[in-house]
Design a protein around this ligand. Structure first.
Ligand SMILES: Nc1ncnc2c1ncn2[C@@H]1O[C@H](COP(=O)(O)OP(=O)(O)OP(=O)(O)O)[C@@H](O)[C@H]1O
Length: 362
């Protein structure tokens, strides 16, 4: 963890979720309350009670300024979980807080305020109003908040510029590509200036090139504004690309929650290991994990290349290969280790980390 990571981790969470359950079906609340039922397999539970578990005993925090990705295969519970955060779906049990405030205790007005101003959702189907222009679509959220016309139009124009749609203010949604429509949806959500943006698979209907473009847009917005984002996807590459941390779901549970590097480098179980098997490790693992301790002479030396501790192994390979000598790994200007050909190649071969080499040799 870098000093900056520690600072973020120390701040109070934006969302704090504890032991959250969502069970669909008759008398759903008895399922989490009855250990015997809670432990049944999905099939047995359905047979005995007619209930389906969408989210099963999930706990996590979303920290200020991070992109928190909820990832998993179809049916794993992603949408249910994220909809519970603002009670678009009513949780069955457990607790949810936003900035320390109990979401489950909010009345209708507070919930409306929560969804409009504090945690705005960007859906895959962006729900644009077909007869309105781009400008009016973006301004719509502000209109229902009662913001005066001139002010909301100025704000909308600013957001349109931010998402790269300048010049298209007067078009109608039908005159835009899918990617451009998604940008309008994004600008509309941003116009309300919410503390958190919740994205429900926003790019899954887009073709791969436009999808990549939109991912870059999210990364850029996040970098420029530091806005907290919760992002649902079933696409591992997308999760690894944009996520600061990823919660990987299976059967309603979070099976692992961690940075892309933790998920790829230290999978919690065989399911996660299988899930990340084809990921190009060198693009995710950083030199902090790959490095070996520096000798005294190396730590004191000042010759040869250097890389920052957050550099990926792929980038470090480039540096070390060009220079031909090991690189010193620097954190806050201090040498914390060395990466040479051997330790970099061990990552590519999937052998880094304690015991991996021995296991492979066995
Ligand atoms: N209204 C509902 N009634 C009954 N079961 C539901 C309901 N909504 C979702 N489920 C079930 O809850 C589980 C989780 O569904 P959810 O839609 O959250 O998954 P997901 O990971 O978002 O899937 P996808 O990627 O396909 O959207 C599934 O088994 C689903 O069938």
């Amino acid at each position: 963890m870098t000093a900056a990571d520690t600072r973020v981790a120390d701040q109070p969470p934006v969302f704090s979720v504890r032991n959250l359950w969502k069970v669909f079906g008759p008398r759903a609340e008895r399922v989490p309350a009855t250990p015997e039922l809670a432990e049944l397999s999905p099939e047995a539970l359905r047979e005995r009670t007619g209930c389906t578990v969408g989210v099963r005993d999930v706990s996590f925090d979303v920290r200020p300024g991070e992109v928190f990705v909820v990832m998993g295969l179809s049916g794993s519970g992603k949408s249910t979980l994220v909809r519970c955060l603002t009670r678009l779906i009513e949780p069955t049990s457990g607790s949810i807080a936003i900035d320390g405030e109990d979401v489950c205790a909010m009345d209708r007005n507070a919930l409306r305020e929560l969804r409009r101003r504090r945690a705005a959702m960007v859906f895959q189907h962006f729900g644009l109003l077909p007869h309105r222009t781009v400008l009016d679509n973006v301004a719509y959220g502000l209109e229902i908040q009662g913001v005066p016309k001139l002010r909301r139009r100025a704000k909308a124009a600013e957001m349109i510029e931010k998402v790269g749609l300048s010049g298209m203010e007067g078009r109608r949604p039908a005159q835009l590509s899918g990617g451009q429509q998604q940008r309008v949806g994004l600008a509309r959500a941003l116009a309300a200036d919410p503390e958190v943006l919740l994205f429900d698979e926003p790019f899954s209907a887009l073709d791969p090139l436009i999808r990549r473009d939109m991912q870059e847009e999210v990364v850029r917005l996040h970098r420029d504004e530091g806005r907290t984002m919760v992002f649902i996807t079933h696409d591992l590459a997308e999760a690894l690309h944009i996520g600061d941390r990823i919660a990987l779901m299976r059967g309603g549970r979070v099976v692992q929650c961690g940075t892309p590097e933790e998920i790829v480098g230290s999978p919690a179980d065989d399911y996660v290991r299988d899930f990340v098997r084809d990921v190009p490790r060198e693009q995710v693992i950083t030199v902090r994990r790959a490095m070996r301790p520096a000798t005294l002479a190396e730590a004191r030396g000042s010759s040869g290349p250097t890389v920052a501790a957050g550099t990926t192994v792929a980038e470090a390979i480039d540096v070390v290969a060009r220079d031909g000598s090991p690189a010193r790994v620097l954190d806050d200007g201090r040498c914390v280790g060395i990466v040479d050909f051997k330790c970099l190649l061990r990552v590519v071969a999937g052998l880094e980390g304690p015991g991996r080499l021995e296991k492979a040799a066995a």
